[in-house]
Design a protein around this ligand. Structure first.
Ligand code: AMP
Length: 145
């Protein structure tokens, strides 16, 4: 029995997310912790706002709708109820920290790629989550599909 009570799983909804989720799910189950899941949507305006003079709100709404539906389907496989599913808009590292704090999570689980040696052992998001986290962080090594 570990000390973890609330585990926050961060997923990017890619094919690799299942590798991260499998670890988080069994860890939460074995320690009797509640499992929450978060997906952060980066606003299109972050990437294109300054360069393309157009209104992104319609596309952004559609992206959010799709993400919500994908997260719900994904969560069902791990018995994560709707109130434990978090869709947030912003920068992944910042929002993952904020929700972890809100939930008083004692563990955040993220994926990390190890394909380019030690310097890039942690992907940029995993690295960002690790730095400044107020709780333990588990970086699950993901294999490229
Ligand atoms: P990356 O650094 O983008 O390769 O992502 C590494 C890990 O960070 C992923 O496996 C997820 O655990 C997490 N992550 C990346 N993007 C997001 C996102 N938009 N929302 C939630 N978690 C994310």
């Amino acid at each position: 029995m570990s000390d973890f009570k609330t585990v926050l799983l961060a997923i990017d909804l890619s094919e690799e997310a299942v590798q991260v989720a499998n670890k988080a799910h069994s860890l939460a189950k074995n320690s009797g912790a509640s499992l929450h899941v978060i997906h952060v949507i980066e606003p299109l305006s972050f990437a294109y706002g300054g360069d393309i003079p157009m209104d992104f709100s319609g596309i952004q709404d559609e992206i959010q709708k799709q993400a919500k539906s994908q997260l719900s389907t994904f969560s069902a496989k791990y018995d994560i109820s709707a109130d434990c599913q978090h869709i947030v808009i912003g920068r992944p590292e910042t929002e993952i920290h904020a929700v972890a704090e809100e939930l008083n999570a004692d563990l955040v689980v993220v994926g990390s790629h190890g394909r380019h040696g030690l310097a890039l052992l942690l992907g940029s998001t995993a690295n960002g989550v690790l730095h400044g986290a107020g709780c333990d962080v588990l970086a699950v090594r993901v294999e490229d599909n």
